[in-house]
Design a protein around this ligand. Structure first.
Ligand SMILES: NC(=O)c1ccc[n+]([C@@H]2O[C@H](COP(=O)([O-])OP(=O)(O)OC[C@H]3O[C@@H](n4cnc5c(N)ncnc54)[C@H](OP(=O)(O)O)[C@@H]3O)[C@@H](O)[C@H]2O)c1
Length: 251
C-alpha cells in the first residue's frame, strides 16, 4: 500500500523511523513545517512535501489532536484508508469520504529520545476486516504488541496513560525544581525512580505505596508544606497527599 505520513512532530518522526527500519517505506512525508520535514526526510530517505499531497492508498495523520479534523479534510481522494494516531479521538473525527481508522501507539514519543519500537503496544480500529488486517500487519512489522481497541476502550487507555506517564513525568519535573533550587543533583534520585517503576511490575501499585501520607504522619506533612514556597508545588503536594489518604481511608 502506497503510504503517506502527514505531520512532522514527535509521532511522525518516530513512526517514519520505525517503518523504514522495518523495510516499509512511506512514499511521502507531508506537512507544513519544512525544517522538521527535511530532517525526517533525510534521516529516512522519504521524499517530503508542503504543497502537494501524493496519491496514496493509506494516509497516516500524525498532527496534534485539535488539527486532525482540519488536516483530514485536505484528503480529497475517496478510495483510500486514512488513520489518525490519537488515543482520545474517535475515527469519525476524520472528515472525508474515505475509509477511517485509528493507529494509536501507546508510548511517550520525543524526537530527542531513541526508542525500542518492538516494545510499543499499538491499538487499532478500522471500519472493516480488510483495513484492520492491513493495519495490524503494519503494526506487527514494528511490534508484537498489537491489539484491537474501539474508541470506548482507547479513550480509557489514553486516560490511564496520562496518569501513568504524563502526570508522573510532571512530578519528576516538579521534584527536580525542588532539588535544583537546593543544588541537589537530580541523578541521586535515579535509583529510587527506577525501583519505583520496577516494583509495580511485581507488586500492585496500591500495595507498593510508601511515604508520609500513607503513614498518616501529620508532623512530616506539615513540615514539608512549610518548605514549599512555590504555590504550584504546594498545591500538588496537598492534592497528592489527600488522594493517598482517601485511597487508604485514612483520616
Ligand atoms: N507524543 C506522544 O507521546 C504521543 C503518543 C501517542 C499518540 N500521540 C498522538 O499523535 C498525534 C501527534 O502527536 P505529536 O506528539 O507528534 O505532536 P507534536 O510533536 O506536537 O507535533 C504536532 C504536529 O502537528 C502539526 N500541526 C499542528 N497544528 C497543525 C495545523 N493546524 N495544521 C497542520 N499541521 C498542524 C505540527 O506542525 P508544526 O510543526 O508546523 O506546528 C506537527 O507536525 C496526536 O494525535 C497525539 O495525540 C502522541
Amino acid at each position: 500500500m502506497k503510504t503517506v505520513i502527514i505531520g512532522s512532530g514527535n509521532v511522525a518522526y518516530h513512526l517514519a523511523k520505525a517503518f523504514t527500519q522495518n523495510c516499509y517505506s512511506p512514499i511521502q512525508i507531508f506537512g507544513r513545517n519544512e525544517e522538521a520535514l527535511r530532517e525526517i526526510s533525510s534521516e529516512n530517505k522519504i521524499p517530503y512535501a508542503t504543497d502537494t499531497l501524493a496519491d496514496a492508498d493509506f494516509y497516516l495523520i500524525c498532527v496534534k489532536d485539535s488539527a486532525v479534523a482540519e488536516v483530514s479534510s485536505l484528503i480529497k481522494k475517496e478510495n483510500c484508508l486514512v488513520a489518525h494516531t490519537s488515543g482520545s479521538l474517535p475515527k469519525e473525527v476524520l472528515l472525508g469520504n474515505y475509509r477511517k481508522a485509528c493507529f494509536y501507539p501507546l508510548q511517550t514519543f520525543s524526537k530527542k529520545k531513541t526508542l525500542n519500537y518492538s516494545e510499543i503496544p499499538f491499538f487499532i480500529e478500522a471500519e472493516n476486516a480488510l483495513d484492520f488486517g492491513f493495519l495490524k500487519t503494519l503494526a506487527e512489522t514494528i511490534s508484537t504488541l498489537v491489539t484491537e481497541a474501539d474508541f470506548k476502550k482507547r479513550k480509557f487507555v489514553h486516560l490511564t496513560a496520562v496518569f501513568s506517564c504524563n502526570f508522573v513525568n510532571h512530578l519528576f519535573a516538579r521534584g527536580k525544581e525542588i532539588s535544583d533550587a537546593q543544588d541537589i543533583p537530580f541523578d541521586w534520585f535515579y535509583p529510587l525512580i527506577d525501583e519505583t517503576v520496577r516494583k509495580i511490575r511485581t507488586i500492585d501499585p496500591k500495595d507498593a505505596q510508601t511515604g508520609p501520607a500513607i503513614r498518616n504522619d501529620a508532623r512530616i506533612l506539615a513540615a514539608h508544606e512549610a518548605l514549599l514556597a512555590d504555590s504550584s508545588q504546594l498545591e500538588i503536594y496537598k492534592v497528592m497527599n489527600e488522594s493517598i489518604k482517601k485511597m487508604y481511608d485514612l483520616k
